[in-house]
Write a protein that binds this ligand. Structure first.
Ligand code: PHE
Ligand code: FE
Length: 284
């Protein structure tokens, strides 16, 4: 999931059913209402993607994914919650689709991860712009099992509420994009993926780590916050962290002074190459 901001969406038509939603934008998952075709679509998406993530996704992700049994069909959020609560005190809640930024931040700040209920249509198996249950589950949920990443997500939610008050969401949204959605991490075994937008995409897994057509740059908070991004194509730049602890520590300080600094700096194009960039070679 996905507030308007983290998937770069703002004002286009929303596709979920928002008619039965509660004040906090949650709904019942109503697992019994998924059709056989929908479960079948899930199984095909799952089988394709599981073969791609091995050896490309970070260890924390692969370990959690293996321990979860997603293979049989669209998972029951309640069943996953028992394990997730025990692992990291996070809980999944069902939402109809994109939710307003503040509602999203509030969920994160309280260690609740909003998961979209609907699954993509047959004709969009390869690419969707809005998050669906496959993206949210396959991409995001395994990472919530990692204790440090789990704390980062909560801190992000609190930071979001603050950024909203300071008119700083455009900068903070880029941090989410380039970490939670499209982040890479350097490990002893090589460059690995932890970003959900990559992990749930059939084409971007290989490309993000190996292609010479994209750039990989060592994580730098201000650099990330200045960088525009594309929501409708493979990323031109990926930012690489050394560990989740590094990410957590780099984002721990109060961002208020940083936002004042950013106000005086230009945005950078998604494919910008700066002399100060520490470039990470593909597959490193
Ligand atoms: N330290 C940030 C702030 O003061 C909070 C934050 C943490 C934001 C982690 C994003 C990610 O706003
Ligand atoms: Fe997402």
């Amino acid at each position: 999931m996905s507030p308007a901001l983290n998937h770069g969406q703002t004002s286009h038509g929303l596709r979920g059913d928002y008619s039965r939603m509660r004040a906090d934008y949650t709904i019942d998952q109503d697992h019994a209402a998924y059709s056989d075709e929908e479960h079948d679509r899930w199984r095909r998406l799952y089988r394709r993607q599981i073969g791609l993530v091995e050896g490309r996704a970070c260890e924390e992700y692969v370990r959690a994914l293996r321990s979860l049994d997603y293979e049989g069909g669209i998972p029951r959020f309640e069943a996953v919650n028992e394990r997730l609560l025990a692992a990291s005190r996070w809980r999944l809640v069902a939402v109809p689709g994109l939710v307003p930024d503040l509602a999203f931040f509030d969920h994160l700040a309280n260690r609740r991860f909003p998961v979209t209920r609907w699954i993509r249509e047959e004709r969009e198996l390869d690419y969707i712009v809005e998050p669906d249950v496959f993206h949210d589950f396959f991409g995001h949920v395994p990472m919530l099992f990692d204790p440090v990443f789990a704390d980062y997500m909560e801190a992000y939610g609190r930071g979001g509420r603050k950024a909203e008050g300071l008119g700083a969401l455009r900068w903070l949204a880029r941090l989410y994009w380039y970490t939670v959605e499209f982040g890479l991490v350097r490990t002893p075994a090589g460059l690995r993926i932890y970003g959900a937008g990559i992990l749930s995409s059939p084409g971007e897994i290989e490309r993000s780590v190996t292609s010479a057509r994209s750039r990989r740059v060592a994580f730098d908070l201000v650099r990330v916050m200045r960088s525009l991004y594309r929501i409708d194509a493979y990323q031109e730049t990926y930012f690489v962290i050394d560990s989740f602890q590094q990410l957590f520590d780099a984002t721990r300080p109060d961002f208020a002074p940083l936002y004042r600094e950013l106000a005086a700096l230009d945005d950078l194009a998604a494919d910008a190459a700066l002399t100060g960039d520490r470039v990470v070679p593909p597959g490193a």
